[in-house]
Write a protein that binds this ligand. Structure first.
Ligand SMILES: *[C@@H]1O[C@H](CO)[C@@H](O)[C@H](O)[C@H]1NC(C)=O
Length: 398
């Protein structure tokens, strides 16, 4: 046989065995992904200045809740099955033990207990010495990936089920398949009834209520958008887009004190990911090789959060474009002029002052580029120095 023929036979054998491998092992039934939005925001690194709280003590604190009534006690759930909290004086304590490794979003309940999403078990209520599963199925279908939760003032609990196809350990396959099986769910404590509020969501993630519970927002990570469902007024019961074309995949969303929202935006884009997700064929091939899939997932780097007004417009974006200090920020919440960042892939809660408005007021008259330079290193001392005239923009060297 000629060398060329031998090569041809070998190549054909490789192609056939690859095809057989994909046929037998492909875990997804991919649907075409719509093209990702073209990013309209220049990357910045304002998040690189964050301070770390509870470093080394916290394993993957995905979400953060700050109790304003208690003077700023901060709560988070960690991979080791604990709800941990930080007192306003900075002391951390392991507060309530729940167990398992799937604790994600937390939200306070009016009765003093804490509502917790356990990605494996569903919606939990955690009280001293007691953990109750409030919901593990809905209308006969299992809640596969409880993600985020919020309680309205009338006691109704809204929470999300990311996907009916893949659980937390295989979330990236859900991204590859993109078959939109996420749901916004509702739990009514008076009856214990669980129902589906919205379905066919392209990964149902963060859930938040607007001021006065006028509407509930649910974020759809794989569509770079969040939807809102009106709860009050003429449009009650109607769903519409809250914001789309986000510069990242929205994870948790939290109401800010001024009625705006903070959204953590996962950076799941890279030239490789964009290429592979372009065709169902390439999604199928890569998903059939776990090592390849892990490598692909690792190419998405960086962290970003956005503040979005009550009417769904981006107010500001803070980022760590290369993921130098923080990668994969999964939640952001504002309390008393500070932002707190949770991340399922970090061992700390990040915090950074929200000084932009205050700073811009102080440096009024200075051109915006110079103001942004100062913001990049802003801290309380800098603001105070500017405000009192002890420093000027020129002496700061911006
Ligand atoms: C911090 O506050 C907690 C609760 O008020 C208290 O138990 C603890 O002793 C305080 N720690 C320090 C170092 O002040």
């Amino acid at each position: 046989m000629a060398p060329g023929g031998l090569f041809g036979t070998a190549a054909a054998a490789v192609v056939v065995s690859l095809a057989v491998h994909v046929l037998l092992n492909c875990p997804i039934q991919p649907v075409p992904s719509p093209p990702p939005p073209t990013a309209g925001y220049a990357p910045n690194n304002l998040l690189q200045g964050l301070e770390k709280l509870g470093e080394e003590q916290l394993s993957g604190p995905e979400d953060v809740y700050v109790d304003a009534a208690a003077g700023g006690t901060l709560y988070t759930a960690t991979r080791d099955g604990w709800l941990q909290r930080m007192q306003p004086n900075g002391t951390w304590e392991r507060w309530r033990f729940v167990g398992g490794s799937g604790l994600l979003s937390i939200a306070p309940s009016g009765d003093g207990s804490m509502l917790v999403c356990d990605a494996y078990k569903g919606l939990l209520r955690v009280e001293e010495g007691r953990v109750t599963i409030l919901a593990s199925t809905v209308e006969g279908s299992p809640i596969r990936f409880a993600e985020a939760v919020i309680e309205a003032s009338d006691g109704t609990v809204y929470f999300s089920d990311g996907s009916t196809r893949f659980g937390i350990d295989r979330w990236f396959l859900d991204y590859m398949e993109d078959s939109s099986t996420g749901r916004l769910l509702k739990y009514e404590p008076s009856t214990g009834k669980v129902s589906v509020v919205l379905d066919n969501l392209a990964f149902a993630n963060g859930v938040a209520l607007s001021q006065d519970d006028t509407f509930v927002v649910v974020c759809e990570s794989w569509r770079y958008r969040c939807s809102k469902l009106w709860l009050k007024g003429d449009k009650a019961g109607k769903a519409e887009t809250f914001i789309d074309n986000l510069p990242g995949s929205p994870d948790n969303i939290h109401l800010a004190p001024d009625g705006s929202f903070w959204i953590a935006l996962l950076q799941l884009r890279s030239p490789w990911i964009d290429l592979v997700t372009r065709w169902t064929f390439t999604k199928r091939v890569v998903s059939s090789f776990p090592a390849l899939l892990d490598m692909l997932k690792e190419t998405g780097k960086g962290a970003m959060v956005a503040q979005v007004s009550e009417n769904g417009k981006i107010v500001r974006v803070l980022g760590d474009s290369e993921g130098k200090v923080s990668n994969f920020i999964t939640s952001v919440t504002e309390y008393d002029g500070n932002l707190f960042f949770g991340s399922i892939s970090s061992n700390f809660i990040g915090t950074r002052l929200v000084l932009l408005e205050e700073l811009l007021a102080v440096v009024e008259g200075v051109n915006a580029d110079r103001a942004v330079l100062i913001v990049a290193d802003a801290n309380r001392a800098v603001i105070d120095a500017l405000a009192t005239g002890a420093a000027t923009v020129d002496t700061l060297g911006a």
